[in-house]
Design a protein. Structure first.
Length: 500
């Protein structure tokens, strides 16, 4: 597979050359914590959106907040861009390096600093894995609700940067709703605390601003998360449909009945077959779509809601409805859903995972249009998404070794995002904009709105050194984009990144 190489600049050339910068960084960190040889840099050239790669100039691996502060002061002084990196599981190219910048890895910040069962909070470093938080607090009858599909590997710092969600975000919210306090290091090296241990804090809600800021405003070095009690009972209903549109309609009918499930997920035929072949959890492979609806709470309310949901599924056209018989089967149902992304390797050499959000009422229409686009672009698409909150994750299947297929895939993905905007949705629900969706930002926001985004960025990072060229395009780039012919609007950043 030939990956796309590109460059992003912030318009500022570093004052130090690479060798001098390595020497200065080695005065701050142990020798093995400063990487600059090509073979050591390769693992940092991309995130999970591996179609876009760029070798970083230098990678540093600090282990203390003080080291991070000193590195940031040096880079600020010498006008060196900094890209903060977690586990690299992101799917929008958000931590893709730039040509003359430093990648600051937070992989060594792996400690859970404090657990307070009474306050129901945990203080963790940014390199702590999402799932590790729930594992650490389970003995107290608590867990951390946001659960991205990559939760076994993704880190809490990256979750804050992308405002990650997951299966349980429908009922319990995204990362922003489950974080009490964050400590960040500014580009100038200042340690800043946003939020508080209390339920609220005075002043502007900068804590919400930092969630989803994609590493453009500060480097997250500590996070205080909210924990919730493990429910007395959780049970999953699996419903099979012979029509994808009927499954989409059922989602709206469940929410319309006043029931807010802990999770409400949808998979179409391609995704079902791949997940079942991979995980062997008992999915009905002849179904066109399945819904997984998890209900949690007290024993009484779950029993009542199970009956209501099953009836709604049947009225909505479900051909088969069954609930998990025990905890083992419940975990098996979710195992298949969590395995859907890696299972796509059974269907095609490559897949392109999109991330858009739409109002639930438009789900049937959007599913129909995606099927039409699949025929138009001659590319299969498997749908796996958080149906309850309208967060779509279409997986476009392709082979990068076939000439032109990656470009066609990008164009298809761009059309899906435009479709989300058309129905009043958003181009991202939890993966972020990164470099992948910069072009669609021109459609989502007008020039005046983008100017305000840049004003916020300037307030935190006046020289534009933090993760430059990501998430927010310049108005100049928007003007040039809007003048392009339609068929060229989904070209890669390879042709337009000089304006980032």
């Amino acid at each position: 597979m030939e990956n796309k190489q590109f460059s992003i600049t912030n318009g500022t050339e570093p004052a130090l050359d690479k060798n001098k910068l390595v020497s200065r960084l080695r005065a701050i960190l142990p020798r093995d914590a400063v990487l600059y040889e090509e073979e050591d840099l390769r693992p940092y050239e991309c995130d999970a959106l591996s179609a876009y790669r760029k070798l970083p100039m230098i990678v540093v691996l600090p282990s203390t907040i003080e080291q991070v502060q000193t590195i940031m002061r040096l880079c600020f002084q010498e006008k060196v861009p900094v890209i903060a990196r977690g586990a690299g599981t992101g799917l929008s190219g958000g931590v893709t390096p730039i040509g003359a910048g430093v990648v600051l890895s937070l992989a060594k910040f792996m400690s859970i600093l404090n657990i307070d069962p009474l306050a129901r909070t945990a203080v963790v470093q940014p390199g702590v894995r999402n799932l590790a938080i729930s594992q650490a607090v389970a003995a107290h009858g608590l867990y951390y609700a946001p659960d991205p599909s990559s939760q076994i590997a993704c880190t809490i710092g990256g979750n804050v940067a992308e405002n990650s969600g997951g299966v349980h975000c429908l009922k319990y919210g995204l990362t922003v709703h489950n974080v009490r306090k964050v400590k960040i290091v500014s580009m100038e090296g200042e340690l800043i605390t946003l939020g508080s241990d209390a339920l609220d804090s005075s002043g502007y809600d900068l804590l919400a601003l930092i969630n989803g800021s994609e590493g453009m405003l500060g480097v997250v070095v500590e996070v205080t998360v909210k924990l919730i009690p493990i429910p007395a009972r959780a049970q999953v209903v699996l419903a099979a449909f012979d029509d994808v549109v009927n499954a989409g309609t059922a989602v709206g009918n469940i929410i319309g009945a006043g029931i807010i499930p802990a999770g409400l997920e949808m998979m179409d035929k391609l995704a079902i077959q791949a997940a079942e072949d991979f995980a062997q959890v008992g999915y009905p492979t002849d179904a066109e779509a399945i819904l997984l609806c998890e209900l949690d709470g007290t024993n009484e309310e779950v029993s009542e809601q199970i009956l209501v949901v099953c009836e709604i599924m049947k009225r909505s056209g479900a051909t088969d409805v069954r609930s998990a018989r025990d905890e083992a089967e419940r975990e098996a149902f979710w195992k298949g859903r969590k395995a859907a992304f890696p299972a796509m390797g059974r269907l095609a050499p490559d897949y392109y995972c999109m991330d858009g959000t739409i109002p639930r009422k438009h789900l049937p229409y959007v599913l129909r249009r995606m099927a039409e686009l699949s025929i138009e672009y001659e590319l299969r698409v498997a749908n796996v998404f958080h149906a309850g909150d309208g967060n779509l994750h279409p997986l476009i299947l392709y082979d990068a070794n076939v000439s032109g297929e990656l470009e066609r895939t990008e164009a298809f993905g761009g059309k899906i995002l435009e479709l989300c905007i058309e129905v009043g949705g958003s181009i991202t629900g939890e993966h972020g904009v990164g470099i992948e969706k910069l072009e669609q930002m021109h459609l989502q926001f007008n020039d005046e709105e983008l100017v305000q985004f840049h004003a916020v960025k300037h307030a935190f990072d006046p020289m534009g050194l933090l993760n430059p060229g990501k998430a927010v395009p310049t108005p100049k780039r928007c003007s040039e984009y809007r003048q392009l012919p339609m068929k060229g609007k989904n070209k890669s950043l390879q042709n337009s990144d000089q304006h980032a």
